[in-house]
Design a protein around this ligand. Structure first.
Ligand code: FEO
Length: 397
């Protein structure tokens, strides 16, 4: 692949991964994912993060081509998750004089993966400056975005922010790698929000702390480790991440159900209609047994309302709803207006389990659950009107 220059002496060295089915072996990748690595070929040379192991066969050759006979002086490790760090061993083998640049927390993790001598390691702290010649790099710790050791690297010369997972997205870079080379359409924004809600969302408070640390720092280019490089409109991605990390939701209600024989499903559609009749204009209904939690979480993150329903199953809620509520608790979207419903044949185990799950999700159930026994026929669903009245009243508050 041709070398792509981001700023003077700063090269993009990324790759698209369309083979992997599940990111972190959990999150579906219908549009793939991009791993971005950057090489600064200055008087001193520095690689900023690596790639997932084996994802780019010409990686070493490309580095050598750009270095053009120079040694690789530094490898800066912003984050140790293996989608960015698993080529560190190969870099050390191919460029034996390289020094690994990282903070103290990263070193502790590094020791478990790539033990190295003191001479091979250069420990930096927040605010330290690594002078490459033209480019002067400094470091800002952004713990938990997305692991405890994570930091960003900032080039004070050209105001380039190497932000690692922050400001990243799912989706490959299909031709265009800069924001001004593609149309950032609704699919791309949704894939960015899905990445945010699935990977980073749990740490939204830490994202806000990172924003506070970086406030006032001028940024001309954002170079994340996944997704587009933002050089025309970095404010766009900053604004989206700011909004999501503040958990500012749009008007709308997501209804999700798990149903074995159609009764809880029928209830979901009935509730959706009742909400529609009360003026809710954005309603999305999902079958948790069909749609992966990754996509449902994305919509939950986007909308203010959430209604979950489950049939009873072995004295609990249905396994697919159990998985979803676990993922919601992990992702920790805040402030959702939560309603619950369900059906059963002889007890209310699904609804009861959903009440317990609400506590784990740290979400308040805003009205009495809607619950039926047996067939979801019209007469039994008469209380759905009162349920919808109470839910919409809470929603509008
Ligand atoms: Fe893309 Fe947390 O690694």
């Amino acid at each position: 692949m041709k070398s792509i220059l981001i700023k003077e002496r700063i090269h993009y060295l990324g790759v698209n991964d369309r083979k992997k089915h599940l990111f972190e072996n959990n999150w579906p990748l219908p549009y793939g994912v991009a791993y971005n690595s950057y090489l600064i070929a200055d008087e001193k040379t520095a690689l900023v993060d690596t790639l997932e192991y084996g994802s780019r066969p010409d990686y070493m050759d490309s580095i050598r081509t750009i270095l053009n006979g120079k040694p690789l002086d530094y490898l800066i490790v912003n984050h140790m998750e293996p989608d960015h760090s698993s080529m560190i061993g190969e870099i050390i083998r191919n460029f034996p004089g390289v020094r690994i640049v990282a903070n103290d927390k990263t070193k502790k993790i590094l020791d478990h993966y790539y033990p190295m001598s003191d001479e091979q390691f250069l420990q930096i702290a927040e605010g330290d400056v690594l002078d490459l010649g033209y480019h002067k790099l400094t470091f800002v710790m952004i713990p938990w975005v997305h692991w405890p050791e994570t930091m960003v690297t900032y080039d004070t010369t050209d105001q380039v922010l190497f932000s690692c997972d922050a400001f990243g997205a799912f989706g490959t870079l299909d031709g265009g790698i800069f924001d001004d080379e593609v149309e950032f359409d609704s699919v791309k924004e949704s894939e960015m929000r899905r990445y945010y809600s699935n990977i980073v969302g749990k740490w939204s408070g830490m994202v806000q702390k990172a924003f506070a640390k970086l406030s006032g720092v001028p940024v001309s280019v954002i170079c994340p480790s996944h997704g587009l490089i933002w050089r025309k409109d970095p404010a766009k991605v900053l604004g989206l991440y700011d909004r999501w990390s503040k958990q500012i939701a749009e008007d709308g209600v997501v209804i999700v159900y798990s149903s074995m024989y159609g009764n809880t499903e029928y209830m979901a559609d009935h509730i959706a209609r009742e909400l529609s009749e009360r003026g809710i204009r954005k309603i999305q209904v999902f079958d948790a047994s069909k749609t992966h939690p990754s996509f449902i979480l994305n919509e939950i993150w986007n909308y203010k309302g959430l209604i979950l329903g489950s049939c009873a199953y072995n004295g609990d809620m249905h396994p697919t709803m159990s998985t979803l509520t676990h993922e919601i608790a992990m992702s920790a979207p805040a402030g959702k207006v939560l309603g619950i419903f369900g059906s059963s044949s002889w007890n209310g185990a699904g609804v009861k389990a959903l009440k317990t799950a609400a506590e784990k999700m740290k979400l308040n159930v805003v009205c009495d659950p809607l619950e039926i026994l047996g067939v979801a026929e019209a007469e039994k669903l008469t209380p759905a009107a009162a349920f919808a009245d109470a839910y919409v009243a809470a929603y509008r508050n």
